[in-house]
Design a protein around this ligand. Structure first.
Ligand code: AP5
Ligand code: MG
Length: 213
């Protein structure tokens, strides 16, 4: 099982999609699962939206239940690339117990780092496809047709939490709740750091190198 970590906007979704294609393991993004639940109008999605729009974390028990169901699906039996989970030490402990029950473990936790000013520009310029989760940027990765997803032709939007106020809260939440997870994986010997401030291709090379060391 691979865990892809890092602050909002660092490039987790972008790199998880590339790793999915390279490794043949599914990308499992809790953010995308929660946004899909909201789009479907489920009670869980509506409840989660209140936390997400403000940039706060959705309660642990909600995301742990969501990820547990997702990891029980057939395509995740050989492993998965977790994008945005775990985000608290309690979630990391729940993941360990879930995996232990199947005689598995987290093989690598890959941490992407970047400075905060860069992530704000990345997030404000991001355009996301809510159908297939493809991610674009108005300058660094513009879609072929403005406002339309290259992959599936659906409309591209700015996420509700992609405004400066929510981004500041997301960064503060990352520092307070998710940075301790970095220490958790470091102490387990599985953490590897990659500079997420480089080009998408260079970051991808760094991640592939980190998987082998
Ligand atoms: P989530 O959807 O996971 O959002 P996030 O962690 O804030 O991260 P982002 O998706 O914003 O950024 P990213 O790192 O994926 O970057 P991307 O590749 O898109 O979570 C959203 C919310 O859901 C949370 O706030 C919380 O409320 C809830 N939630 C989710 N998981 C949870 C959990 N486990 N527990 C509790 N609550 C949870 O890239 C960003 C932009 O930069 C794009 O435009 C991209 O094109 C561009 N870009 C990417 N890489 C580069 C590069 N190398 N150079 C230049 N531009 C780049
Ligand atoms: Mg993402």
């Amino acid at each position: 099982m691979l865990v892809l970590m890092g602050p909002p906007g660092v490039g987790k979704g972008t790199q998880a999609a590339r790793l999915e294609a390279a490794l043949g393991l599914p990308q499992v993004s809790t953010g995308a699962l929660l946004r899909a639940a909201r789009r479907d109008g489920s009670a869980l999605g509506v409840e989660a939206a209140k936390f997400m729009d403000a940039g706060n974390l959705v309660p642990d028990e909600v995301v742990v239940a969501l990820i547990s169901r997702r990891l029980a699906e057939s395509d995740a039996q050989a492993g998965a690339i977790l994008d945005g989970f775990p985000r608290t030490v309690s979630q990391a402990e729940s993941l360990d117990s879930m995996l232990k029950a199947k005689n598995r473990s987290v093989d690598r936790a890959l941490l992407l780092t970047v400075d905060e000013t860069a992530v704000i520009d990345r997030i404000l310029g991001r355009r996301t496809c809510m159908q297939c989760n493809s991610v674009f940027h108005i300058r660094s990765k513009p879609p072929r047709v403005a406002g339309t997803c290259d992959a599936c032709g659906s409309e591209l939007i700015s996420r509700k939490d992609d405004n400066e106020e929510a981004i500041r809260t997301r960064l503060a939440t990352y520092r307070a709740s998710t940075e301790p997870v970095v220490g958790f994986y470091r102490s387990h010997g599985v953490l590897r750091e990659v500079d997420g401030g480089q080009t998408v291709d260079k970051v991808f090379e760094g991640l592939q190198g980190a998987l082998n060391h």
